[in-house]
Design a protein around this ligand. Structure first.
Ligand SMILES: C[S@@+](CC[C@H](N)C(=O)[O-])C[C@H]1O[C@@H](n2cnc3c(N)ncnc32)[C@H](O)[C@@H]1O
Length: 247
């Protein structure tokens, strides 16, 4: 399955809505200025791009998944929406004052090329959010996908050493560790959210025979039951807010 197909599956917008506080923090940290050129890489449903545009920036949002871009496009005609691959950005060198990517470019398979592309088109500030490694129920995904853990893995971006290896030559970096809470009324509620709203989880579930799918669901419910509180499930997921200044 291609990345475009994978990310067009399910209803990612359900999860995107839960990231609102992260999108706010990322845009606020990048302090948009009126008229500056801003690229949001792997924009998905466009939430970061929309915030930057509301703050006055001249924004382009790029994503590989047509279904998500369609949703983004329906939200604003002031932003230029581009279907494309983060590994081959269709923009001139130094075209942007700001480049952002919220849990986005980490999913492109060739990490070195993506890092080079971002540095090539950015002549100013960079802002990323990246998950810390081994967060969440990755061991369960791996067990049910029947594959070895992916290498390179999106989680690599959440290791400080790897992040500096990829971006440190081109950018002066500042890293802030933060926590996002995955919440739901019950483990079943969280399963509904993630099995519909997280396209990689959806794709894994769809690839399993019904019995195996039921076992996957049961394993995930058991996993989330350890995070149950009186207010429902609250699972902490650590991530880095990465800020960079082009050297
Ligand atoms: C977890 S979503 C994040 C979307 C958005 N940035 C947000 O914060 O809501 C990951 C996004 O990366 C996009 N993506 C994955 N691989 C990509 C690639 N090689 N080039 C561009 N976009 C990609 C997917 O289509 C999806 O929209």
């Amino acid at each position: 399955m291609s990345s475009a197909e994978l990310w067009s599956g399910g209803q990612y917008e359900l999860v995107a809505a839960r990231f609102a506080e992260i999108h706010d923090a990322l845009v606020e940290s990048l302090a948009p200025r009126a008229g500056e050129r801003w690229l949001d890489v792997a924009t998905g449903t466009g939430e970061v791009a929309l915030r930057a545009a509301r703050a006055g920036a001249d924004v382009t949002g790029l994503d590989i998944a047509p279904r998500l871009l369609e949703q983004a496009r329906s939200k604003s005609s002031a932003i230029e929406w581009v279907e494309g691959d983060a590994q081959a950005l269709p923009f001139a060198d130094g075209a942007f004052d700001v480049v952002s990517s919220s849990f986005g470019l980490i999913f492109a398979p060739d990490q070195e090329i993506v890092a080079e592309e971002v540095a090539r088109v950015c002549h100013g500030r960079l802002g990323l959010t990246v998950w810390r490694p081994n967060e969440g129920p990755h061991a369960i995904y791996t067990a049910f996908s029947g594959e070895q853990p992916a290498w390179p893995s999106p989680d690599d971006w959440g290791r400080e050493e790897r992040l500096r290896e990829l971006l440190g030559d081109a950018f002066e970096l500042e890293l802030q560790e933060r926590v996002w809470w995955l919440e739901g009324d019950s483990p079943e509620d969280v399963w509904e959210l993630m099995s519909n709203g997280a396209p990689p989880v959806r794709a894994l579930l769809d690839s399993l025979e019904p019995d195996r799918g039921a076992q996957f669901r049961a394993a995930m419910l058991e996993y989330w039951s350890q995070f149950e509180t009186a207010e429902g499930v609250r699972e902490p997921r650590r991530y880095l807010l990465v800020l960079g200044w082009r050297r």
